[in-house]
Design a protein around this ligand. Structure first.
Ligand SMILES: [Zn+2]
Length: 241
């Protein structure tokens, strides 16, 4: 069976520690007796003990593991290691495949991107923002909802981290932050654990780095003038004007 997820989906969906530990298990051949049963993927993973793992082909997070975390319904590194095996079948991961891009980091590049690249980034941003949706469900699915917010946040971090410092890209980032702000104020997004708010603050820090690398970017900060935002995140940008 071909899994209905890919490495990107896993990387955007989990924290760094779990990802990195799963990579080590996979790389060191700790996933043994992998089997595609036609319904699930099963394997034994050698950790402190030998654990039995089952993963669904539909979602990497649907799985069981006989380790302590797995028994307590927590997504563990063993499940992720088997999900990786289902995708790569034991083949080595490239450096890029191993790298998570969930933190916002200035690309270090300056200038503009081509219109095609710009349109692609815009489309990717819209795709990521769809994960940051209104919460209408009962409290029992609140954690799944939080995972969706995190995935959207991580996807945006990855896109922003690829952009060079320029007016065009600064404008794209600011427009995205204003979209997120509207979602927080009137869009029904439940950001009670601060995933989206924290992301907006990190993105403002990135914009300040853009301004240092390429002062032309500051002209785009005008866009937040006279805007009432949800927690005054635009203040550091206004100070730069
Ligand atoms: Zn486990």
């Amino acid at each position: 069976m071909i899994p209905q997820y890919d490495l990107e989906k896993i990387k955007y969906g989990i924290d760094r520690a779990t990802w990195e530990k799963a990579i080590v298990l996979y790389k060191n051949g700790k996933v043994k007796n992998f089997c595609d049963t036609g319904f699930t993927f099963t394997a034994d993973v050698q950790g402190t003990h030998l654990y039995e793992v089952i993963v669904s082909p539909k979602s990497y997070s649907d799985g069981n593991c006989t380790c302590y975390l797995g028994e307590n319904d927590t997504l563990c590194k063993h499940i992720i290691a088997v999900a990786i095996y289902a995708l790569k079948k034991g083949k080595p991961l490239t450096a890029e495949e191993k790298t998570q891009h969930n933190e916002i980091k200035f690309s270090g590049k300056i200038g503009n991107i081509s219109q095609d690249q710009f349109n692609l980034s815009k489309a990717e941003i819209s795709g990521a923002i769809r994960y940051i949706k209104a919460y209408t469900g009962p409290s029992r699915i609140w954690f799944a909802y939080q995972d969706s917010l995190s995935e959207g946040r991580n996807r945006l971090a990855s896109i922003f981290s690829s952009l060079p410092a320029g007016r065009q890209t600064a404008n794209l980032i600011i427009k995205t932050l204003l979209r997120l702000d509207r979602k927080l104020i009137t869009g029904g997004v439940d950001d009670s654990d601060g995933t989206v708010g924290g992301f907006i603050e990190e993105a403002v820090t990135l914009l300040i780095e853009f301004a240092k690398a390429n002062p032309e970017c500051i002209k785009e900060f005008e866009a937040v003038k006279n805007k009432e935002t949800c927690f005054g995140w635009e203040d550091p940008l206004l100070k730069r004007l």
